[in-house]
Design a protein around this ligand. Structure first.
Ligand code: SF4
Ligand code: SF4
Length: 299
């Protein structure tokens, strides 16, 4: 790679943030690399992926349009997620850093670790974003929420460029005051109450802050991440004793939906079901969570 241009780390950070915002990021932050290395388990630390990494940049993009929260769950499951927008923004950002600062950078793969099975990611994008100060863990299964932008999708860039780190958020917007009121009256917050498989529970302390959070990941995954259903269907078909049984296993109307989702590459195969976020006052009601209000603020 060519010689690096002389640029102050804080100036480089300003340019990187400006580029990420131009590409559609709502929030950008730099995580404390030493803290990630301490917290992430061996094999999942940034240096395991990029040995000379100096900075981890986390970006967050907004969720769907405001109108999307009003459609039924079966439609939302197809198009609710905007994670690919986060990935294309961070991919572009990695190229920008290489071309502007002549420094090796990567788009951090958001994928699963092929040596550790379908529930273990290569890296925790959530940890990067949390330490970079662009989201705080909520009572809804640790989904990160931001006080201004609500619910976002996250992606990360690793670079050998040294950048000053940001701090995690000082205040957690979850639980919102209305959720604390509901918890005091009913013993549950909206996300806990309306999760269709009741996989969320927890406690709020006397000051209205999170005390405990429980998330039954397997129950949520069974509801919302269908990629593991595919081999189960194939096993049923292979184990069927006759032609009729095989046909039932493969062409059952519910199973046919999986073939459809696979053929169109639908995010509905691995998205969440969105019901915990649909009722969350931060996800839907934070000042700049609503794209219509964001546009007004921009003007
Ligand atoms: S995504 Fe659906 S199943 Fe999972 S916690 Fe949220 S509401 Fe529950
Ligand atoms: S509904 Fe949202 S703000 Fe309220 S407790 Fe659940 S995640 Fe937190």
């Amino acid at each position: 790679m060519d010689e690096r241009p002389e640029v102050e780390p804080s100036q480089a950070k300003t340019e990187i943030f400006a580029y990420a915002h131009k590409r559609g990021a709502l929030a950008v932050g730099v995580a404390d690399l030493d803290a990630i290395e301490r917290i992430a388990p061996p094999g999942h630390r940034p240096t395991d992926l990029m040995p000379r990494v100096k900075s981890v940049i986390a970006i967050g993009v907004g969720g769907q349009t405001q109108g999307a929260w009003r459609v039924p769950a079966k439609a939302m499951a197809y198009f609710g997620s905007t994670e690919t927008r986060a990935y294309s923004c961070s991919y572009a950002l990695a190229f920008f850093i290489e071309s502007r600062f002549r420094t090796p950078s990567i788009y951090c793969p958001p994928d699963l670790d092929n040596e550790e099975g379908p529930r273990i990611p290569l890296q925790s994008l959530k940890l990067h974003a949390e330490l970079a100060g662009i989201g705080a863990r909520s009572l809804a299964g640790d989904i990160l929420l931001h006080p201004e932008f609500g619910y976002m999708y996250f992606a990360s860039v690793f670079t050998e460029l040294e950048l000053p780190a940001d701090e995690p958020l000082a205040e957690n917007p979850c639980p919102a005051p209305s959720c604390v009121d509901m918890y005091r009256r009913q013993g549950r917050t909206p996300c806990m109450k309306f999760c269709p498989v009741q996989c969320l529970s927890g406690k709020i302390d006397a000051e209205g802050r999170q005390e405990e959070m429980h998330y039954d990941m397997a129950a949520c995954a069974e509801m919302s991440q269908q990629y593991e259903a595919v081999p189960a269907i194939l096993a049923d078909a292979m184990g069927a004793g006759d032609e009729a049984g095989r046909r039932d296993a493969l062409f059952d109307p519910d199973n046919k939906m999986l073939w459809y989702k696979m053929s169109v590459g639908s995010g509905g195969l691995l998205a969440q079901c969105f019901e915990c976020m649909r009722v969350c006052p931060i996800a839907t009601g934070a000042e700049l969570a609503d794209p219509i209000r964001r546009a007004r603020a921009g003007r």
